[in-house]
Design a protein around this ligand. Structure first.
Ligand SMILES: NC(=O)c1ccc[n+]([C@@H]2O[C@H](COP(=O)([O-])OP(=O)(O)OC[C@H]3O[C@@H](n4cnc5c(N)ncnc54)[C@H](OP(=O)(O)O)[C@@H]3O)[C@@H](O)[C@H]2O)c1
Length: 381
């Protein structure tokens, strides 16, 4: 099946190349034209996720599709929000294509993303998993952006609400979204250990934490995954976090793996982000930064042109080749992008190609920080 997909893709690209060449060919080359006509593109079958990966080990092990689906943008922080019906249909398309990992959080919406995901996955939770997150502070349903809350009482409250919103009996993986300076990580780990003992939570993880926090947390309750930003334009985790995950057998889930869409190549300095789209406030998505960073996308385009890969596919395949304990969770609202992204699970690079990509990207220093000062203050260094 997968082989067939690959062959169809190659066949399609070959046919498209030949068809393109035939358009440019001189009218005298009738025999060449006849030959290309016989290699018509075959209808391509749906993209499927290739393979599974295991995040964490021992009692914390979690085996999921090699690529997951980040659900946030379906109705939060990314411009276009399709109807609920369309989102649910897209989630089902992802399941049909072998995706078993869906990521959400209490704070997406807030609350509405979990509710949407709960509806979308109803009837499927015996074969797919959903991960969600606690830790932001809410008062009367409004996020207090200057504070975090990982107090045991809040973790338990969020757990109960997430179970209800998602319509499940156990949370497959419960992440802390951001560290809470008022609650030591040991207290968080012990609270989660209690929830695991009670059968409400199966596994846990942390987002945007440093190596010290990971070690302390893991010593009390084994971690399944770290979820932090990681892509070709943000590689900080390579310094200490990824080596530690490898050492301790903890999985890694890169969030915003296409750099919030930027590495997909469809954003330029004229792109208008809607009022619900947080990219309008992010320094890296201001017109001047976009203009300069576009050179990075052009470098990916140059690499992909002769190989038949899109920049999004190169970005995702590059991440996946960084370790077999890595499972990216790109988000999309479009079936075409879902398929394009899933096909990246079939792409392999030689070490020379990885080097070529990294050298090409490194030629253009990234302009603009990924977060504003408040958000940046919440990620551990
Ligand atoms: N733990 C955390 O703190 C944290 C923070 C942020 C995000 N996350 C998680 O990570 C997931 C993904 O993050 P994200 O949505 O910020 O970033 P992303 O996956 O890097 O990018 C999503 C954006 O890329 C576009 N896109 C997707 N595929 C594309 C393609 N092939 N070509 C061109 N554009 C494409 C999407 O637009 P279309 O809809 O038009 O395809 C969407 O706007 C979220 O859903 C969430 O679950 C976690």
């Amino acid at each position: 099946m997968k082989k067939t997909n690959e062959m169809n893709r190659r066949g399609f690209l070959r046919a498209a190349t030949l068809a393109g060449a035939s358009l440019c060919a001189s009218p005298m080359l009738n025999s060449a034209k006849a030959e290309t006509a016989s290699i018509a593109p075959t209808p391509s079958s749906p993209a499927m996720v290739k393979g599974k990966r295991t995040l964490g080990k021992g009692s914390a092990a979690f085996t999921v599709s090699a690529m997951g689906f980040g659900c946030m943008g379906l109705n939060y922080h990314r411009g276009e929000h399709p109807s609920e019906e369309a989102c649910i249909r897209l989630a089902h398309e992802a399941i049909d294509r072998g995706v078993t990992l869906f990521d959400t959080a209490e704070s997406y919406g807030p609350f509405t993303n979990e509710a949407l995901v709960g509806k979308a996955l109803k009837g499927y939770t015996d074969k797919v998993c959903v991960t969600t997150k606690f830790g932001h502070k809410f008062v009367n349903g409004v996020q207090v952006k200057t504070e975090e809350d990982s107090s045991p009482a809040n973790i338990r409250k969020v757990c109960e609400r997430s179970l209800r919103s998602l319509g499940v009996e156990k949370l497959d993986l419960f992440y802390q979204h951001r560290g809470d300076p008022n609650t030591p990580i040991e207290v968080v780990a012990e609270t989660i250990a209690g929830l695991i003992k009670e059968g409400k939570v199966l596994r846990w993880g942390l987002c945007e934490v440093n190596a010290d926090t990971i070690r302390r947390a893991h010593a009390i309750c084994p971690l399944t995954a770290i979820q932090s930003e990681y892509h070709l334009m943000h590689r900080t985790v390579e310094e200490t976090v990824l080596p530690l995950c490898r050492e301790l057998g903890i999985g890694f889930v890169p969030y915003s793996p296409i750099n919030r869409g930027f590495l997909g190549g469809l954003i330029n300095e004229y792109t208008q982000f809607g009022p619900n789209d947080n990219r309008q406030t992010l320094p890296r998505f201001q017109p001047d930064a976009i203009r300069q960073n576009t050179r990075i996308v052009e470098a990916l385009n140059a690499f992909g042109r002769t190989r038949g890969y899109t920049p999004a596919q190169i970005a995702l395949a590059w991440l996946m080749r960084k370790g077999d304990f890595i499972v990216p969770i790109p988000g999309t609202t479009k079936l075409a992008h879902l398929e394009e992204n899933l096909r990246a699970t079939e792409i392999t690079f030689t070490p020379e190609e990885i080097q070529e990509i990294e050298t090409a990207v490194a030629a253009f220093p990234v302009v603009g920080s990924r977060y504003d000062a408040l958000q940046e203050s919440k990620v551990q260094k």
